[in-house]
Design a protein around this ligand. Structure first.
Ligand code: URA
Length: 210
């Protein structure tokens, strides 16, 4: 559900569902307070017609600097898992529920802060437009923020991981963990967590037509 954040202009969504037009319009988005925390809008990456769309939470520090989704530590885990699952990242559309980096300072570092419901809702028009533009065969939510943005705030990845549900417009959607959860896993559990993540991606690939 999209909502205008109080005191901010609505997302400047164009009529076009061409990804380049959307990307360009999104650079000027100031629809929530995160416009002043993130350096830039980090729009999704990939091509229209990609069979799988991966949706993360929001860009991290590296993504904010690079202007591209999932290129930092979580992105490296994602790349490794995609390779393990036999999925070519070049054939996947990768994006985030929120397109600006939210952080709090700790010394010289910018520490990830979770986006709130207003920020997620303000950014939702971009995610909806990306779904309309890409028309993926399957959306894979990476972690709770993406899953709750698309499937409602009562959705629990722990309970419904791997189930295939449908958005209002019929697009199949499933959820797995966020790759950063693998980075955070205790050493003894990391290999199993990665294996389960790869398994989820491999299963998703078999469910995505095309
Ligand atoms: N975490 C995310 O959810 N998305 C990114 O692009 C990077 C880290």
């Amino acid at each position: 559900m999209s909502r205008v954040a109080e005191g901010f202009p609505a997302a400047p969504l164009p009529r076009s569902r061409d990804l380049e037009v959307l990307r360009s319009a999104a650079t000027g988005c100031a629809a929530c307070a995160l416009v002043s925390t993130g350096t830039r809008t980090v729009f999704g990456e990939g091509r229209s017609g990609a069979t799988i769309m991966l949706v993360g939470e929001q860009p991290g520090d590296s993504e904010d600097r690079a202007g591209r989704p999932f290129v930092g530590p979580a992105g490296r885990i994602l790349d490794e898992a995609l390779e393990g699952a036999g999925i070519d990242r070049g054939r996947v559309y990768v994006t985030n529920a929120v397109k600006h980096f939210k952080w709090t300072p700790r010394g010289k570092r910018r520490i990830h802060a979770k986006p709130n419901g207003v920020e997620i809702a303000a950014c939702r028009p971009w995610l909806d437009a990306e779904i309309e533009a890409v028309r993926p065969g399957l959306i894979v939510c990476l972690g709770a923020t993406a899953a709750q943005a698309l499937l409602g705030k009562d959705f629990r990845v722990t309970r419904h991981r791997g189930e295939v549900l449908r958005l209002d417009r019929g697009t199949p959607v499933t959820a797995t963990v966020h790759p950063s959860s693998i980075l955070r896993a205790p050493d003894a559990d990391r290999a199993a967590a990665m294996e389960a993540f790869v398994h989820d991606l491999r299963t998703a690939a078999t469910r995505a037509p095309g």
